[in-house]
Write a protein that binds this ligand. Structure first.
Ligand code: UDP
Length: 257
């Protein structure tokens, strides 16, 4: 892992994991997938990739289905089945993003943690690493390939496995707040949190499992809002945006959304 924002001549990171919440693939406040949202994401990711940063994109699937929510209140469908359905949702998003990125002239590969050779490569670590070295944007769909976790955990694992400089979590809110900003107008946006501070406060924007994993390996996390145009590029360049979760820092860090 490098120190981050100022390596080599280029400012910014060398390699990043970019987790995009499923909501990024849908219109604001809606379920499903829309062309405009996919194209918008692709433009932002392409802009970031053109600066030379190696990018692994981990799409979520919550715009289509989240296993835990889908089975709540009924036993007709087994929880594990619903989680696999959620994983397949991430492949739908991944397929869309791949084409949209390629329509912008980017070279991409789609790998799936669930075998699906007709549409995606199998997830093979060394192969993905090679794609990244060749400058291809790699979309890793299918989460971890196993039920009962989320794509946050898949992204955290990928960050460690591929020696990323940072785990970037693009979501629909500006970062980590002290409380739900929709219900509590006094909720405060944090500029920086340690892993322990995040875990102790029972905050929900990012899975605890993912934060724990990153904390064990000192993998920095940045949580930011993908709906603010340019934020993905800012985050990839290492500019201050959203909330940083990492090791303790000297001095106060103002929040930038
Ligand atoms: N999922 C899973 N294992 C994984 C990743 C995802 O079972 O490794 C399922 C889980 O049900 C999850 C759904 O796929 O709710 C969609 O992923 P996620 O909730 O992470 O999407 P996001 O909230 O980022 O849109």
């Amino acid at each position: 892992m490098s120190d981050g924002a100022t390596t080599g001549e280029r400012s910014g990171f060398r390699r990043v994991i970019l987790k995009i919440s499923g909501e990024g693939f849908a219109s604001e406040g809606r379920q499903g997938i829309t062309m405009a949202s996919v194209v918008d994401l692709a433009e932002q990711i392409a802009g970031a990739a053109r600066s030379g940063v190696q990018i692994v994109v981990v799409p979520g699937g919550g715009n289509i289905l989240r296993g835990a929510q889908f089975t709540a209140g009924s036993t007709a469908i087994q929880p594990a089945t619903a989680h696999y359905m959620g994983m397949l949702a991430t492949v739908i998003n991944g397929l869309a993003l791949q084409d949209a990125l390629e329509s912008l002239g980017m070279e991409t590969r789609l790998a799936s943690a669930i075998r699906m050779e007709n549409v995606a490569e199998p997830y093979i670590r060394r192969r993905i690493d090679r794609h990244l070295q060749k400058g291809r944007i790699v979309i890793v769909a299918g989460g971890t390939g196993r039920p009962f976790v989320t794509t946050d955990t898949a992204a955290a694992q990928a960050a460690l496995e591929f020696h990323a400089d940072v785990f970037l979590k693009a979501t629909k809110v500006d970062g980590v707040f002290s409380d739900d900003p929709v219900r509590n107008p006094h909720a405060v946006l944090f500029g920086h949190l340690t892993y322990d501070e995040y875990l102790a406060q029972n905050l929900r924007v990012l899975d605890k499992e993912a934060v724990t994993k990153c904390g064990e390996h000192q993998m920095p996390i940045l949580v930011f809002n993908f709906r603010k145009r340019g934020n993905i590029e800012r985050a990839v360049r290492g500019e201050p945006v959203g909330t940083r979760i990492g090791s303790p820092r000297q001095g106060a860090t103002p929040a930038v959304s």
